[in-house]
Design a protein around this ligand. Sequence first.
Ligand code: FAD
Length: 143
Amino acid sequence: MRLVQLIYCSRVAASVHGTAITSIVDVSRVNNARDGVTGALCFNANFFLQCLEGERGAVNDTYHRILRDPRHERAMLLRYEEVARRQFSDWSMAYLSSQALAPDLLLQFGRNDRFDPEQLGADGALEFLLALKAKSIRLREAA
Ligand code: FAD
């Protein structure tokens, strides 16, 4: 089995409101548990940043399904790697809202205190999500 990790960011579509996020997270947890996909989804009013990890085919199928979703746009692939182990193995889909995005983290990884994942490189995107994980700023955790 080839284990891969994929990280992308995208822009929240103008029509999307708060309840859409809940429904995205709920569906993701069910599908990802079924497909053996783990990861984290981080967002604010403007951007999503998501890590998907799992068997290559499962991650690929999930990513292509996500790309077709009209609730976001301008998806940008930031990182795609074969990995030896998962880094978000406990989470079918952790959910990190903008409230969890501490200013010190944003300053450490970005150019200013605004969450703008399009500025992150491949390593920066992973390190940013791992830093969030390390701080345990999870508003809701996967079952
Ligand atoms: P169906 O539920 O059959 O829907 C058909 C189409 O309508 C799809 O293109 C779907 O994207 C779209 N759609 C579904 N619900 C809505 C809605 N409320 N408003 C507008 N369009 C809608 N899914 C996962 O399985 N795992 C993930 O990790 C994951 N992460 C996501 C991250 C983001 C940022 C977004 C925007 C979506 C994510 N999704 C994820 C949801 C994914 O895009 C699909 O909606 C979901 O997987 C169901 O796919 P489906 O083909 O069964 O679509």
